[in-house]
Design a protein around this ligand. Structure first.
Ligand code: SAM
Ligand code: SF4
Length: 337
């Protein structure tokens, strides 16, 4: 049996006494989609030479697990389009002390990668799916093919992960009329689903974010026309508030950065594909870990010290305001959602 132990007792605690035990690693800012809420139509991506190598990302993951981090999420951009990314999953998957290796993906590559991901130790996958209508799906993603993603979801179901969850960003007059259909699709496949309020990250040309705002409360009341929602008490170490549907047993989550701020329980930090460690989704406080890695190659203590020091600048929280110009110019594909 493969027993993973971490004899190191270190933990990361910030100035506000929050334990940080979860890191999200963005392995690329590139993507095969151009979702209208995430990216502008024309995007400048990070030059390849500035990206962390897969070995550097694995090393940072190792440093975090030695500092008590239990959960690593691989994200992007679209993480599964990075060349040889499975090797990274394999390397992180066998780190001592890690409880969970999870992934967020748009699903486009899952028909070929679901099995290798499972083999590498991925337990749970969040798959983004905003529409079940091929045309609407194509309008929201600008270039995505719904059939590919649906086939990817079926491939992941067939492989048998511990948990598969759908993520849907709901925009007024784009896909708000599909909330019930999306829940039925998830229920039929015994998947959970989370609805996400759009966040003002980066300038997007497509729509006015304030006009497209569709609140979690509104989504909930739409669902209550069809289902009985029972609040669950379980915590998922995340910002989602969960309900169970009496009729189907499906868990429905709401990620509500506008209507319900989730900073007080924040347990996470994010690494960009260039190696910038972001201490808060909605603020710019950060530390350049690539600089440390390259200045002191092979020096794990230096890397760990930089991560420990970063806890001193993790901000208390953030406030998003949809009616003002974005104060965060990073797009979500850079941040690693
Ligand atoms: N490409 C992968 C995907 O789409 O799942 C992973 C990266 S994507 C940035 C991660 C999540 O962020 C997706 O569920 C996406 O819908 C969400 N997202 C992107 N931009 C957003 C925004 N401005 N507000 C809220 N959620 C956003
Ligand atoms: Fe790509 Fe994900 Fe952003 Fe859509 S949300 S453009 S799939 S990174």
């Amino acid at each position: 049996m493969d027993v993973k132990t971490n004899t190191n007792e270190e933990v990361l605690i910030d100035k506000f006494n929050r334990v940080v035990d979860y890191v999200r690693l963005s392995v690329t800012d590139r993507c095969d989609f151009r979702c209208v809420y995430c990216m502008d139509e024309e995007m400048q991506f990070v030059p390849r030479a500035q990206l962390l190598t897969l070995e550097e990302i694995a090393r940072i993951a190792q440093a975090f697990t030695e500092l008590g981090v239990k959960k690593v999420r691989i994200t992007g951009g679209e993480p599964l389009i990075r060349r040889n990314v499975i090797k990274l999953f394999e390397d992180i998957g066998q780190l001592p002390g890690l409880d969970e290796l999870v992934l967020t993906t748009n699903g486009s590559q899952l028909t070929k990668l679901a099995q290798p991901l499972k083999d590498a130790g991925v337990k749970r996958i969040n798959i983004s799916l905003d529409s079940l209508d091929p045309e609407k799906f194509n309008r929201i993603t600008r270039v995505g093919e719904l059939q590919n993603v649906l086939a990817g979801i079926e491939a992941a179901l067939a492989v048998g992960f511990e948990k598969l969850k759908l993520n849907a960003v709901i925009l007024k007059n784009r896909n708000h009329d599909e909330i019930i259909d999306l829940v039925r699709y998830a229920s039929d496949r015994k998947m959970d689903i989370s609805f996400i309020e759009e966040m003002p990250l980066g300038v997007i040309g497509d729509h006015d974010r304030a006009e497209a705002y569709y609140s979690s409360d509104k989504i909930k009341s739409d669902l209550e026309q069809e289902f009985t929602l029972v609040p669950t008490t379980e915590t998922t170490a995340g910002p989602s508030k969960y309900y169970k549907l009496n009729e189907t047993g499906t868990r429905v989550g709401f990620i509500s950065p506008h209507s319900h701020n989730f900073c007080e329980q924040c347990n996470r930090v994010r690494l960009t594909c260039e190696g910038r460690l972001l201490l808060c989704l909605g603020q710019e406080h950060s530390v350049d870990l690539r600089k440390i890695l390259r200045a002191y190659p092979g020096d794990m203590d230096k890397l760990k010290q930089a991560i420990k020091d970063s806890m001193l600048i993790k901000p208390k929280g953030h406030d998003f305001n949809l009616t003002e110009k974005p104060i965060i110019f990073r797009h979500m594909n850079v941040t690693g959602g």
